[in-house]
Design a binder for this molecule. Structure first.
Ligand code: DGL
Length: 268
């Protein structure tokens, strides 16, 4: 019975649709209910207590829609809120930090891992903690990259401006001699080509870029398979937002990689 229930995916805004895109590739039969808190985005610049409060309100709404598990696509929420969410909500909560950290540890040879993320995620120390759980040898160098979120939202993903912004954020990681760079934010996969080009130029052709959206999608599939909860057939995506921004369709389509048909506004 639970197998037919939808999967809840939560993000601070529309960037989490990059995780939905990755989930649809590996779990095409799942029905997904996505909630983007577009009224209150960005979370990455806010304090942890505020992020936890917003995250609880949004996830309670998804629980009321009878989801079988909650996937937290937002790195900032995954960095500060999953423990509280697990205590307060009676269902599995899957965060994006651990899969990203594991993929980074698997990819590094030197043991020096760079993380690009929001200021909130970097300040939380969640990535160094998650990496320490899987490796006693690996070290994390965090770099907040706040300008990359609005660039991705604007669809400004090519050319001089994103290239210079990416360079500015990759430079300290290159100085710290990392050999892996984690895209620790829902929005960064959209800028992957420019970030990757800077990583190759400044760190070296062997350096790896790890996308936490794909790492997370494989983890969600493993979680559902272990519990015999994978839904067969053809799934769909239902989009819920707390505000409908003017450029909603365009921005959402860009993140999802597909046309966005239906959207429902919810009041939280
Ligand atoms: N979803 C956020 C994250 O992955 C980025 C956008 C925001 O700051 O709310 O950290």
């Amino acid at each position: 019975m639970r197998r037919r229930a939808p999967l809840g995916v939560f993000d601070s805004g529309l960037g989490g649709l990059t995780v939905v895109r990755a989930l649809r590739e590996v779990l095409p039969g799942e029905d997904i209910v996505y909630l983007g808190d577009t009224a209150r985005v960005p979370y990455g610049t806010k304090g942890a207590a505020t992020v936890v409060k917003y995250a609880l309100a949004c996830s309670r709404h998804l629980v009321a829609r009878d989801v079988k598990a909650l996937v937290v696509a937002c790195n900032t929420v995954s960095a500060v809120a999953p423990e509280r969410m697990r205590v307060e909500l009676d269902l599995p909560v899957l965060g994006v930090i651990e899969p990203g950290a594991r993929a980074a540890v698997a990819a590094t040879r030197s043991g020096r891992i760079g993380v690009l993320a929001t200021a909130g995620t970097i300040a939380s120390g969640a990535y160094p903690r998650a990496v320490a759980q899987v490796s006693t040898r690996a070290e994390v160098v965090g770099q907040a990259a706040p300008l990359l979120v609005p660039l991705a939202e604007e669809g400004w993903t090519e050319g001089e401006v994103p290239r210079l912004a990416a360079r500015r954020y990759v430079e300290p990681l290159a100085r710290a001699t990392v050999d892996v760079v984690v895209l620790g934010c829902t929005h960064y996969p959209l800028l992957r080509p420019v970030i990757e080009a800077e990583v190759r130029a400044l760190i070296g052709p062997e350096a790896a870029v790890v996308d936490s959206a794909h790492a997370m999608a494989s983890d969600v599939r493993a979680f559902l398979e272990e519990r015999d909860l994978v839904r067969d057939g053809t799934g769909g995506v239902r989009l819920l937002v707390t505000d409908v921004p003017r450029t909603f369709r365009e921005v959402a389509g860009r993140f999802l990689g597909d046309v966005v048909e239906d959207v429902e506004q919810v009041d939280l």
